[in-house]
Design a protein around this ligand. Sequence first.
Ligand SMILES: CC(C)(COP(=O)(O)OP(=O)(O)OC[C@H]1O[C@@H](n2cnc3c(N)ncnc32)[C@H](O)[C@@H]1OP(=O)(O)O)[C@@H](O)C(=O)NCCC(=O)NCCS
Length: 128
Amino acid sequence: MVEPFSLPPGYKIQKFSQTFLDSLLYATTRGMAEIYIAEYRGEEVGRIVFVNTGAKYLIYVLNVSPEHRRKGIGSCLVQTVVRLADKPIYLSTYSAKNFYTRLGFTVEHEQEIFGFVYGYVMVLRPPA
Ligand SMILES: CC(C)(COP(=O)(O)OP(=O)(O)OC[C@H]1O[C@@H](n2cnc3c(N)ncnc32)[C@H](O)[C@@H]1OP(=O)(O)O)[C@@H](O)C(=O)NCCC(=O)NCCS
């Protein structure tokens, strides 16, 4: 179970419509994406792009500006979409494996080439 997180003072998360998605992303996701922006004093400091592929969800982009990291913003962005999800949420990452593990995701399989692991496909399933 994912624990609740709270944003520090001054931060907020807003949902943006698909018109804010750039044309490449819109084309890639065929209009099935939702985007949530974390703001601090009116400036974007992070975003998550969440794609509904039908049977599964995909975290397509998660990014927090370096100077705003380690304050819980990334966790709150993930929790924003986890709360909405009634189907498994998948993602692929390498460096953020521990971050997602802390949020309840598990490794579905390792991505490797010539025996070298370069990424992890991770999943969080909704409660039964
Ligand atoms: C991964 C990423 C989104 C995390 O964002 P974040 O806002 O720093 O996330 P959080 O603050 O919620 O948690 C990150 C870490 O800070 C710690 N943390 C959370 N709240 C904290 C606080 N108030 N004070 C200090 N540390 C805190 C967490 O325990 C976690 O620790 P870890 O580094 O050992 O994993 C960010 O590092 C990033 O944008 N990285 C580059 C892009 C990337 O890797 N994206 C993910 C691929 S899908």
